[in-house]
Design a protein. Structure first.
Lengths: 112, 110
């Protein structure tokens, strides 16, 4: 186990709704990265948080937003859900920005 | 064109076989290269980093050709437990902003 936890495990939402996914980083890690993995695809980088600030963003629209808390846990928020947002959402924590990323088990989001 | 391209497979091989996976990347500024392994419905896990000089970890050998922007993974003496999806990954400095390929699925049969 990596020590990275995510909640919830599974989630079902309908189009237009909003969702918040949570990630607890490994103890001592100050960096959290979020990825979206659609079925049959590799994970795609959404953004990274380092010491509570966004530190890089992938090609995702502004309705994907995030937050990192003083204890370095993190949230991913998605507004105005679309069917294509159905995916496995993975968070990964690392000791620092350039260190190995350890992935959590993911949250499987289904948008109906 | 995708930033990291891999043959999705599946590769079906018998136990004991040698199997090779390849991947190409388009961003010549990439500095870090990795192979990750992902079991069905699980999170990706780092298998090994890839260096220009080539590196080996037991039955696994990884190679990087910067000039051709090409990365390879060789698995010798395949085991049933090697069945998984192998993801080719490139990044900038260190592990920042990992860019994953679609993955190559390997099925090892008895």
């Amino acid at each position: 186990e990596t020590g990275v936890t995510q909640s919830p495990t599974h989630l079902i939402k309908t189009r237009g709704q909003q969702v918040t996914l949570r990630c607890s980083s490994q103890s001592g890690h100050n960096t959290v990265s979020w990825y979206q993995q659609a079925l049959g695809q590799g994970p795609q980088f959404i953004f990274q948080y380092y010491r509570e600030e966004e530190n890089g963003r992938g090609n995702f629209p502004p309705r994907f937003s995030g937050l990192q808390f003083p204890n370095y846990s993190s949230e991913l928020n998605v507004n105005a859900l679309e069917l294509d947002d159905s995916a496995l959402y993975l968070c990964a924590s690392s000791l620092d920005r350039h260190n190995e990323q350890f992935f959590g088990p993911g949250t499987r989001l289904t948008v109906l | 064109r995708k930033e990291v391209e891999q043959d999705p497979g599946p590769f079906n091989v018998p136990e004991g076989a040698t199997v090779a996976f390849n991947c190409t990347y388009s961003n010549s500024a990439s500095q870090s290269f990795f192979w990750y392994r992902q079991d069905c419905r699980k999170e990706p896990k780092l298998l090994m980093s890839v260096y220009s000089s080539g590196n080996e970890d037991g039955r696994f050998t990884a190679q990087l050709n910067r000039a051709s922007q090409y990365i390879s993974l060789l698995i010798r003496d395949s085991k049933l437990s090697d069945s998984a999806t192998y993801l080719c990954v490139v990044a900038g400095t260190g592990f920042q902003k990992l860019v994953f390929g679609t993955g190559t699925r390997l099925l090892v049969s008895p």
